[in-house]
Ligand binder design. Structure first.
Ligand SMILES: [Fe+2]
Length: 179
């Protein structure tokens, strides 16, 4: 595919921001089938991750926090590039009503869920449905770059922390107006 557009912002901002609206998820529910079902999003993410010549010139590394750029958005889905220096992470968050997928193009990441975590190396992809909570981290000693696809485009995200019992505690919500 061709990278068609660019816009700065963040779908997975690790910085503390003022709470946005507490609106429910995306305006439209994530599709359970069809071209924007999670397996298709995974294919889309992997296809772009496998062709870094289309986007590598955009990528920057930011020691202040993850660098990110939206490279495509339409009514059905959006695509982001994210770079991660060692130690950079998202914190626990959901994606509102959007389904999504991310593929690691360069380097290696870890996906943490409440009770487990897994390595996601270059060439690997993870996909998920609405209301999925995870924390993605670069625990390696080298930079990483990943491609993220969301359908419908992200409209709200909630941030979470873990309490002393290891249970999720809901923190602020962010809406698309915040990024
Ligand atoms: Fe995420």
């Amino acid at each position: 595919m061709t990278v068609t557009a660019t816009e700065s912002g963040t779908p997975e901002n690790g910085a503390s921001r003022a709470a946005g609206t507490d609106a429910p998820g995306a305006g439209r529910p994530a599709p359970s089938g069809g071209p924007f079902a999670p397996p298709r999003l995974a294919e889309r993410a992997r296809a772009l991750a496998d062709n870094p010549e289309e986007w590598i010139h955009r990528v920057r590394l930011d020691p202040q926090g993850r660098w990110y750029e939206r490279v495509h958005q339409d009514a059905d889905h959006e695509i982001w590039l994210i770079s991660w220096l060692p130690g950079q992470s998202t914190g626990f968050h959901d994606h509102g009503g959007s389904a999504g997928a991310f593929a690691v193009a360069l380097g290696a990441l870890e996906e943490h869920r409440v009770r487990d975590h897994r390595a996601v190396g270059a060439g690997q992809v993870r996909s998920f449905g609405p209301d999925y909570v995870h924390d993605v981290r670069n625990t390696s000693d080298a930079p990483a770059v990943s491609v993220h696809v969301y359908a419908p485009p992200l409209s709200t995200m909630r941030r979470y922390d873990l309490d002393a019992d290891g249970e999720l505690v809901r923190l602020a919500a962010e809406s698309a107006d915040d990024w």
